[in-house]
Design a protein around this ligand. Sequence first.
Ligand SMILES: Cc1ncc(COP(=O)(O)O)c(C=O)c1O
Length: 380
Amino acid sequence: MTIPFVDLKTQFEAIESDIRKNIDKVLAHGKYVMGPEIAELESHLAQFAEVKHVVSCSSGTDALLMPLMAWGVGKGDAVFTTPFTFFATAEVIGLLGATPVFVDVDPVTYNIDPGNLEQAILEIKKEQNLRPRVVIPVDLFGLPAEYDAIEKIALEHDILVLEDAAQSLGAEYMGRKAGSFGHAAATSFFPAKPLGCYGDGGAVFTNDDELAENLTSIRVHGQGGDKYQNIRIGLNARMDSIQAAILMAKLKVFPEEIEKRRSLAKTYNTNLSGLVKTPSVSDGMKSAWAQYSILCEKRDRLREELAKADIPTAIYYQKPLHLQPAFGYLGHKPGSFPVSEELSGKILSLPMNPYMTGEQTDVVIGAVRNALGERAVKYK
Ligand SMILES: Cc1ncc(COP(=O)(O)O)c(C=O)c1O
């Protein structure tokens, strides 16, 4: 039996006629760039995340970059984020000449620790070399960050919040939807994401009218009122009409898929807790389960044994960002962010997709149990 880590083939088979119908419409009207599907998708996404504006774009990376550009973030600015995330979260900060200020994560949620965030802001203020401007909390593996605490700290210190919701569309925090936190949120439609297109794509979510207008301009070379006027330096960061058409077909089944992800996570939790450290989701939170990630003392050995049993796994993330050569200029050393470093050595993501059958789930659980056997470390 083959067990895909992410099963795009079965998903396609389930919604093939809708996807083909939507793509055919684009082929018929021929507006491949900024066709009517773009505004339609944006309006559906705004409804889904309960925000006023959605500006679609070419990737999750551009969705992070564009609000920072709109806010004029650059040299001399401190932008706070975690080192336990995908490279793009901090890459966009460096790209604009601003300084990424890493803040260690909480050992239970793997998301930015609000206490550490406040301390980092105070330190930057004391040193007076950089201006604290923005925090980018990441909703890692689909679990929203601690927004009540983060938004309070941001307000107190007059900094902006950009939610990295690349992995969390479909998640909830105290009744609020992922994508609706802070001043803006960025998501990714990379194919392997819970809501993915068939290439690269992304979107920015915001309730701020002025920001939405600026993002729309930045997305197309800083265009002004007409096509021949450029009022700022921007990007070519549009989403293709065909990708929007695909996303619209996928959005229809997305709520159902999220429920299936939740049910699979529950089954994993029930069968694996005690053997490995299973993910915790506190009261008032609903994860989108972009990944189901466990902690295991003997992670590499477990991974090898699962590979022998043809069970695909992934490690998000092997190396925290402060230890990546590209951020060497920041001068961090091993030990600078101990929680992130420890997680990097123990984390392992198991197959997680809404199309996993009960039989496939049993095989994964059986293989993990088999591999750990008596050697399993008992977690509380
Ligand atoms: C947390 C996080 N931020 C940003 C990104 C960047 O998204 P994209 O690959 O669409 O540029 C990703 C996706 O891989 C991600 O997981």
